[in-house]
Design a protein around this ligand. Structure first.
Ligand SMILES: [Zn+2]
Length: 277
């Protein structure tokens, strides 16, 4: 009973004032979704740079992306960019997207261990988003267009802040596997929310479930085949630190996406494309 109640409160907090269910379903861009260059579907590969271990893995990850001519989006934490901007400078220089991932990433085991994103005041949330935006602009000369909440704790009151900053999308808390609209983006208060295959992340598959590389790779392949068949978005997130030990998994993902006629793009490009539909 208590657990159920707790679950409901959490759910209510997550959804905030979202007109979820029917409205979300109706607003989802189910039909008429077409992709540039007659591609069958879109594929977005994103990385969350959450820890120094992720920063340390950036060079091999970028090398792999460069060798495979593959775009990608990187969620970056303001406080880390501020301290070690040298690690991040190459990302915009090489044309990769930077996603605002908040200034201090609440519930981060090093930077901000004491509180969760869900518990912060509306004012604090706003500061977290705006400060990260400003640091990335000052330190890297890059203007973010999208946001990802720490630990994917989506809450509805981020939307007005993101709109104020002229962001074009959020990609925070929606599971492609679990949402009514699947992998296709719903509009939340007229704002684009791009779901993610969170169950296929390296964190979940490699570190939590201890799948073999082959099992993980086959899960990724299944998603690509499925998205190719429905014309959706195969939106992935990985932690850079998990890649250097198994680069072939990412290589194979990129190769299979291409073989299935994917449009490999950043989130910002996908958001730009859906805006003109
Ligand atoms: Zn994170």
């Amino acid at each position: 009973m208590y657990r159920q109640l707790k679950k409901n409160i959490f759910k209510a907090k997550i959804l905030g004032r979202l007109p979820f269910s029917e409205k979300t379903k109706r607003d989802a861009l189910y039909s008429g979704m077409t992709w540039p260059n007659n591609a069958a579907f879109a594929t977005v590969i994103s990385f969350d740079i959450d820890y120094m271990e992720d920063e340390a893995a950036l060079t091999p990850v970028i090398e792999l992306l460069q060798n495979n001519d593959c775009p990608a989006s990187f969620a970056c934490i303001g406080a880390m960019v501020e301290q070690r901007s040298g690690c991040y400078r190459l990302l915009p220089e090489l044309g990769y997207e930077i996603i605002n991932h908040s200034m201090n990433h609440p519930y981060h085991r090093v930077i901000y261990p004491d509180d969760r994103w869900m518990n912060l005041s509306e004012e604090k949330i706003k500061t977290e988003i705006i400060n990260c935006h400003d640091i990335i602009r000052t330190k890297l000369g890059y203007t973010c267009k999208g946001f990802r909440t720490p630990h994917f704790e989506f809450r509805g009151d981020i939307i007005p802040v993101l709109k104020e900053l002229n962001y074009t999308y959020d990609s925070s808390g929606f599971y492609s596997e679990k949402e009514i609209a699947g992998s296709l983006p719903p509009l939340i208060d007229g704002f684009l929310e791009i779901p993610i295959y969170r169950e296929a992340s390296s964190y979940r598959c490699v570190r939590e479930q201890h799948l073999t590389d082959i099992q993980w790779s086959s899960k990724l392949e299944d998603i690509l085949q499925y998205e190719a068949s429905i014309g959706g978005i195969a939106s992935f997130y990985f932690d850079p630190q998990d890649i250097p030990a198994r680069p072939w998994v990412l290589q194979k993902l990129i190769k299979t996406a291409r073989e299935n006629n994917a449009w490999l793009a950043t989130y910002a490009e996908v958001a730009g494309h859906t805006a003109v539909l």
